[in-house]
Design a protein around this ligand. Structure first.
Ligand SMILES: [Zn+2]
Length: 325
């Protein structure tokens, strides 16, 4: 298509959009948003991969992954993506692969970029499943204010019709559910990244959907997470001996043992080095400079994440020390 034609059609769409704020306009604008192509990781398991970016109107908040498994009698989705429009695109992408209905969505945790698409699946009749501990966030001011801010920051993809969708089924973690005729083990891996963390293990596929507990091929942002729980959760995930791990962000892992071990080693090293510093009353800056970071320096995101991770761990170890006294 010539540049002239592209320009013309863009202008035409803009004109139509101004004239009538219709669904057609949303569809036309959607053509310029990032592509969404399901990636197959085992016989019946797939995922779509969000961008390594901040959510914006341009990317429809496509900054996290969602997975799906074609089970015996239907499709089970893991996480719902960051806007109803993205969820609708995922529904379309799934329909190109199978005619089976989407029967369930399991939510790994209630962060905005994983849940704003839930209402789209619910409207199609899918059952939403999440961990009990998500109640606290769902009914919190934090969730409400975040949604209000998103209606501004992510317009038109998040609007007045976007809501925080509650689960139809609450779980405690540690149970196997038969969903659409196939077994899914919902592993209790929180509180780590959030209080309500679930990981989804599909034994027949040997695929693990880890939510945000695994950052594949890069260092994580530890934030205020409880890293001792996080390490235990990584041990649980290692014990599955998965052949594929689909993380909450970034590319899937076809070498889960190496990728999970890297995360585990890193968190353990942070706790050990910062724990010793706290015990010896060494100030943070001094302790940070004296620590040998050589093993992790070449891992992507080291420059952006490591110092903050070390500092947060230092504070955590101080708190843990206070609690132990
Ligand atoms: Zn998250």
């Amino acid at each position: 298509m010539s540049a002239l034609k592209v320009n013309w059609s863009r202008q035409l769409w803009q004109a139509i959009c101004v004239a009538a704020a219709s669904l057609t306009c949303v569809a036309a604008v959607a053509q310029t948003v990032p592509p969404m192509e399901p990636i197959r990781v085992s016989e019946n398991s797939y995922y779509v991969q969000g961008l390594a970016a901040l959510g914006s109107p341009k990317n429809q908040n496509f900054i996290s992954n969602a997975g799906f498994v074609i089970a015996k009698e239907g499709v089970v989705v893991v996480d719902a993506l960051g806007s109803p429009a993205l969820a609708a695109r995922l529904v379309q992408a799934i329909a190109k692969i199978t005619l089976k209905p989407i029967t369930h969505v399991v939510v790994t945790h209630y962060h905005a970029d994983h849940i704003y698409g839930l209402q789209t699946f619910k409207a199609l009749g899918a059952q939403i499943i999440a961990h009990d501990a998500a109640r606290e966030y769902i009914y919190s001011d934090t969730a409400r204010l975040r949604l209000e801010a998103s209606r501004v920051d992510l317009a038109p993809w998040i609007d007045d019709k976007t809501a925080i969708t509650q689960p139809d089924q609450w779980v405690k973690g540690g149970e196997t559910l038969k969903l659409a005729g196939t077994d899914f083990y919902l592993a209790l891996v929180g509180p780590s990244h959030t209080p309500e963390d679930l990981a989804v293990w599909v034994p027949s596929e040997r695929v693990l959907f880890s939510g945000d507990l695994i950052f594949n091929g890069r260092l994580p942002f530890v934030g205020k997470a409880d890293s001792s729980h996080w390490i235990k959760a990584l041990d649980t995930m290692l014990s599955f001996e998965a052949i594929a791990v689909v993380p909450g962000h970034g590319r899937w892992s076809d070498n889960p043992k190496a990728d999970i071990s890297l995360m585990r080693d890193y968190l353990s090293y942070l706790r050990q080095s910062m724990g010793t510093a706290v015990e010896n009353l060494t100030p943070f800056d001094e302790a940070y400079d004296a620590t040998d970071w050589g093993r992790f320096q070449s891992v992507p995101m080291f420059k952006f994440a490591n110092r903050m991770n070390a500092y947060n761990t230092y504070l955590l170890m101080e708190n843990e020390g206070l609690r132990a006294k």
